[in-house]
Write a protein that binds this ligand. Structure first.
Ligand SMILES: Nc1ncnc2c1ncn2[C@@H]1O[C@H](COP(=O)(O)OP(=O)(O)OP(=O)(O)O)[C@@H](O)[C@H]1O
Ligand SMILES: O=C(O)[C@H](O)[C@@H](O)[C@H](O)[C@H](O)CO
Length: 193
């Protein structure tokens, strides 16, 4: 019986996934990722919470982050996801993950991940996309409400950095839709996990 219990536990651990809702600032990552984690009854991680004070200060001043700023941040996220995998837990994250080299750090949270084997990697990405005008309006509105550090002036630099390769097979979701429709589309993508 103990053996079968261990079997069930390791099976659950093998099923654990990390679903990263990615995209530029203001594309809706946090809103969507929170809803998705509620649907999955799993935990939610906000990548913004992993930024150093100096990274946040920099963005607040309207200065885009560089790779040296992002690498330690991404490594901290990778470690947090790895911990979830060790515990056999699925987790949903909101993280910009704009470039492939950033996503590769996050993918390496899966201890079995072999470079380029995206389909078997336990870390899955979904990208939210919308026209720059729509996103700028949302960021402006959010800033007026005073509850975010990211200024609209950084949006273009985020758009310029966003890079997705066809071979990564990252689903792209139109984030001009309402949140419920976005959620339904993502749930359809992951109905088998
Ligand atoms: N589908 C949507 N329709 C309408 N408004 C939305 C939608 N998704 C998000 N918003 C609104 O747009 C703003 C930005 O959304 P959110 O904070 O979730 O984006 P984000 O990608 O997490 O941003 P950041 O990376 O800057 O933290 C919020 O005020 C949110 O309420
Ligand atoms: O890679 C980056 O430049 C950062 O992660 C930003 O995208 C912010 O963290 C976030 O989007 C602002 O809320």
């Amino acid at each position: 019986a103990l053996c079968s219990l261990f079997g069930q536990i390791s099976e659950a651990a093998a099923m654990a996934r990390a679903i990263v809702i990615m995209g530029v600032s203001g594309s809706g990552k946090t809103s969507v990722a929170k809803m998705l984690s509620e649907s999955f009854h799993c935990s939610f991680l906000e990548a913004d919470d992993f930024h150093s004070h100096s990274n946040k200060e920099k963005m607040l001043k309207g200065i885009p982050l560089c790779d040296e700023d992002r690498f330690p941040w991404l490594e901290a996220l990778r470690d947090a996801i790895r911990k979830k995998f060790v515990d056999g837990e699925t987790v949903v994250l909101a993280c910009s993950a704009l470039q492939k080299r950033y996503r590769d750090i996050i993918r390496s949270a899966d201890p079995d991940y072999k470079a380029g084997e995206y389909s078997s990697c336990k870390v899955k990405f979904v990208c939210l996309v919308a026209p720059v005008g729509t996103i700028a309006e949302r960021i402006n509105k959010r800033s007026e409400e005073g509850n975010h550090f990211m200024p609209v002036s950084l949006l273009q630099s985020q758009m310029d950095l966003l890079q997705i390769f066809e071979y990564e097979r990252i689903p792209q979701i139109d984030s001009t839709m309402n949140l419920q429709l976005i959620l339904d589309q993502i749930l359809t993508l992951f109905k088998d996990i």
